[in-house]
Every structure is written in C-alpha cells, then in structure tokens.
Design a protein around this ligand. Structure first.
Ligand code: AHR
Length: 324
C-alpha cells in the first residue's frame, strides 16, 4: 500500500489542496523520494485546548521522521466540511485516512467510498454509528465512563442537602456529548441533584460563557452546581459567574472533563472543584495502527485509552509537569 511520494502526486495533491483548503503538515512532503506513507487526517476543528493537544500529538506522530506525509484538515466543527475533506483525501489517493468524527451520524456514504477506493480508515477520539465493517479500527476514550465519574462526584458533593445543577453540553450529536450525558445521567439518577437546565456550548469557551450567562439570568443564585462537558466551556462559564458576582468553586461547585493545563490551573486555584481526565495524546497509537493496517496485520476493532480524575490537591501536584 505504501507509495513513493513523487512529483506527480505532489502536483495532483497541490491541485486538490487548492480546491479543498487542506494543507500538508510539516514541509514539502516530497520526502526526497523516500517511501512515505501518505495519511489524510480530518480533524474536527480547533474548538478547545484538548483539540489543540490532540492535533499536536497527531502531527508529532505522523511526522516525516516517522515515515509519514500528513495531509491535515481542520473542519471548523462543520461536518459537511469534514466529509468534503475525506472525499478530497480519497481523490488524492492517500494510503490511509484518519478521522476524528465531529458527529456520530452521517458517515456511512463517505466511509463506503473510502472502502470502495481501497483506502483504510482509522477513527480516533469520537465514535460513529456507521457499521464497523466500514472502518479498520477506532482508538479513543470511554466518554460514558467520564460522564459517570463526573456524576458520581456530583452526587457525593451534593450529599443530603442536594444541589441545583446546570449542564453545559458539548457539540450536539457528537459521541463525546451523547455518551457523557448518558453516563452522567445514570450516575445522578435518583440522587438529590435537581437538573435546572442543560444546553450546548459547543465545546468552546465562548459557547460556555454565553450559555452560562443565560442560565444565570434565568436562575440567578439558585444555581449551585455546574457540570461542563469540557474544561473550555467551564473556563468560559467562570467569566459569567464572576460577572454575576458569584464565586466559582464556592457559590457554584464545578465539575468538568479534559484536564488540560488551563483547566488544571482553575482546579489548583479552587475555581473548579473536580476534573475527569480525557487523554488527548492519541497520535502514537493511531500511527501504530495505520502502519499495522497497511502491513496487513490484524488490529483490534476498538481500543480505549484509560483516563484519570483529579482533585485540587492532584492539580497542584501535577501542574508543573503537565505536558498539555
Ligand atoms: O471529543 C473529545 C472532546 O472534544 C473533548 O473533551 C473536548 O474538549 C473536545 O473539543
């Protein structure tokens, strides 16, 4: 399956890139005639600190030194753009395609097109509802368990007194948002927690801030607990909470998911109260899978990378060496 990265491909690739806006990552990609594996990576966008760390991990793992030419596309959180990027990778005749699917549904047709073209697809991060036969492997996180862990913390924190909770959901229709909602819902079911409201902030800081402002206008100081599906939305919510004259971490207890540096800093500062980890360093695993699939080796259909969970004391201890 490996291809020589020759001038013709580079020219064809450049033409396709001009049409699609996809850009080769890391140099000319000519590779001096070496046998590089060309990989098209369809990233969701750049919505969060987690996403930045995931992109960096992928770009490092799919470097020329490691034998790859990476064609990178970030779809600005728009599924049509992500599907168009995958179609462009197919037209360019890449050796393999990696997708971090924005939403769970809507992948069947383009995955079938890749399969018909003989190009293996590896999924990373989020899952899809399409048949497993249409992709080679998936590596990512147990989002449902992340939500459950956040919910278990919330139940314990609420205790007998109870809590009035609002939820900032991730991107609508993403497996990360759907599964975290399921796990969290299961954990708080029958508890003393009263869910006042739940809306999407699209995994962004801006989204988290705007939605939290709306919650505070509607419910005021009735709110005493927040679950944000990621750190960035929680960080955005901090601005809204402070602007409303409330103290984050005290008046409103906050649990988030990701554990990126800014989130861990907020936890160390006592503005967040608990963070469930979502590990973004998936690049090396995905690169290994791509090589194995192209070499015809058997690979597991799915692989889960383990996550931790952190208190304020953990954050203070871990922050100085936190890599992302
Ligand atoms: O799919 C993983 C989620 O996507 C992360 O939790 C969030 O920060 C990102 O945008």
């Amino acid at each position: 399956m490996k291809k020589k990265v020759l001038g013709g491909l580079a020219i064809a690739g450049a033409f396709a890139l001009a049409l699609t806006g996809c850009a080769p990552s890391g140099g000319s990609g000519a590779g001096g005639g070496d046998e590089l594996i060309t990989v098209g990576f369809a990233q969701t966008g750049s919505e969060s600190g987690w996403r930045a760390a995931n992109t960096e991990s992928m770009q490092e793992a799919f470097s020329e030194e490691n034998g790859f030419e990476l064609i990178f596309n970030a779809a600005d959180n728009k599924q049509e753009a992500q599907i168009a990027a995958v179609r462009s990778f197919i037209n360019q005749g890449v050796d393999a395609i990696v997708i971090a699917p924005i939403t769970v549904d809507g992948w069947d047709d383009v995955l079938k097109e890749a399969q018909d073209a003989g190009i293996p697809v590896i999924l990373e991060d989020r899952t899809v509802s399409a048949s497993e036969d249409l992709y080679a492997s998936w590596v990512g996180l147990d989002f449902e368990q992340e939500g459950r862990t956040a919910g278990e913390w919330a139940v314990e924190e609420a205790g007998d007194a109870g809590a009035n909770l609002v939820i900032l959901e991730g991107t609508t229709g993403s497996s990360a948002a759907l599964d975290r909602a399921t796990g969290f819902g299961e954990a708080i079911d029958g508890s003393s927690i009263n869910v006042l409201d739940s809306q999407t902030g699209d995994f962004t800081r801006d989204g988290g801030k705007k939605v939290m402002e709306g919650f505070l206008q509607k419910y005021g100081s009735e709110i005493n607990m927040l679950f944000a599906h990621n750190d960035d939305m929680g960080l955005g919510a901090l601005d809204a909470i402070k602007a409303a004259g409330l103290v984050p971490g005290q008046d409103i207890k906050i649990v988030t998911i990701d554990a990126v540096k800014d989130g861990m800093q907020a936890l160390a500062d006592g503005e967040f109260n608990f963070i469930v980890e979502c590990n973004p360093i998936l690049g090396p695993k995905v690169a290994e899978l791509v090589k194995k699939v192209l070499d015809g080796e058997e690979v597991p259909k799915s692989e889960i990378v383990p996550d931790g969970a952190f208190t304020q004391e953990d954050a203070i201890e871990l922050l100085p060496t936190r890599p992302y």
